[in-house]
Design a protein around this ligand. Sequence first.
Ligand code: C6P
Length: 412
Amino acid sequence: MSALLPASLRADFPILHQDVGGKPLVYLDNGATSQKPRAVIDALVRYYERDNSNVHRGLHALSMRATDGYEAARTRVARFIHAADPAEIIFTRGTTEGVNVVARSLAARLKPGDVILTTEIEHHSNLVPWQQAAKASGATIRYVPVLGTDAELGLDLDALDRLLTPQVKVFAFTHLSNTLGLMLDAAALCARARAVGAVTVIDAAQSVGHEPIDVQAIGCDFLVFSGHKMCGPTGIGVLYGRRALLDTLAPAETGGGMVVSVTYEGATWKPAPERFEAGTPNVADAIGLAAACDYLDAIGRPAISAHDHALAAKAHAALAELPGIRIIGPRLGQPRGGLVSFAFADAHAHDVVTFADQDGIALRGGHHCNQPLMRKLGITSTTRASFYLYNNEEEIDALVRSMHRILKFFAG
Ligand code: C6P
C-alpha cells in the first residue's frame, strides 16, 4: 500500500504505546477525538511552564509573551485554512460552540418568511442550534433530503435546486458526515447558495485535520471546527468568518475583552475577532492548536488523506465480506472520508464496541449524534471505525479478526 504514511509517525504519539486489557491498544475512534503528538503536548507544557499569563491586559513580560503566543496561534490557524486575514479566526471551545455563536448572531437578522436550509445528515451540533435560531427569529428550517440506502446514500441535489430559493438566508452543511463518511462538494454547494444570496456555514469538524481546506477557494462565509479532532487539545476550536460579514454581526456573548467603551447605560463592541471572544480566552490550547497545525502541515494533508483512504478502503473491503453486515455510507471510489460505518443484523453496535474493547480496539457505536438521520435510515445505531495518520494495516487486520469473533459469538 504505497499511499501509507511512514510507520515511524506512530512514535510521535505517546498514548498509543500501551496495552488495554492485556492487548496492544488499537485506536480507531478518531472521529470522536484524535490522539495528540508529543509536539502538541510539549507546546502546552512549555506554555504553562514559561509563559502562562492573561492576554491583552497586562503590560508585564509574561502577559506580553502569552499575548504574542495567542495571536501567533491565530495567524497560524489562518494559514492552516488559507483565511485572508487572521482577524477572521475566532477561537471557540469547539465546533459546537462555533455553530452556536454564528447561529445566535445570524438569528438576530432573520425574520418570519426567511428560510434556514440545512441537510438531513447533520450532526446535532449543526442542527439543534439552527432549530433554535429558527424558533427565536420566526424563520423556517428546511432540510435537503438524503437519498437512497446503504452504499447509495447521497444528498438529493435536485431537491437542493428546488429548496434554494431567494428566501434562504442561511445554508449550513457538513463537509464530511461523521456517521456516513459522505463527503460533500463544499465549493459547489457554496456557489449554489451564493447564487440566491444565502450565507454559507460549513461544519468541517471531520474534515479539517484530514483534507486540505482553503476557505477562499471554497468560497464559504463561515467554517467551524474543533482542535481535538486534528491532533490539538480539547476545549479549543475555530469559527472562521469572512471579515466583511463578521463586523456586521452582533456578538453572541458580551463581557470583558470585547468592548471598546462601557458606561452604566451601555457598551460598544470591538471589531472581530475580539467582538466574539468575551472573557479570558483559552490561551494555552490555542497555542497547542497552532502546534497541531505545524505538525499536520509538516506531514501534509494530501498525504494524510491518502493514508486515511487507503486504510478505509482495506477495512471497507474486508468488512463487506462478513455475513449479515450492512456498510452504511458511500461506496469506495465515491467522495468519502477515512471512516467506515456498519451495522450487523444480529448484534447491537454497543455490544460490538464492548466486544472489540476486549480485543484492545477502540470503536464508536451508537447514533453518533445523528438521531434524525438514524430514524430516516430505519436503524438505531452503527458501529464506526475511523482512521488517522498513525493507524496501520495490522490494526485493520485486528479489527476484522475481532468482528469475526463477534459474529461467531452472536451466531451462537
Ligand atoms: N462528532 C463523533 O462523531 P465538538 O463536540 O463540538 O468538538 O464537535 C461536534 C461535531 C460537529 N460536527 C460533526 C460532523 C462532528 O462529527 C462532531 C463531533 C463526534 O464521534 C462526537 S459525537
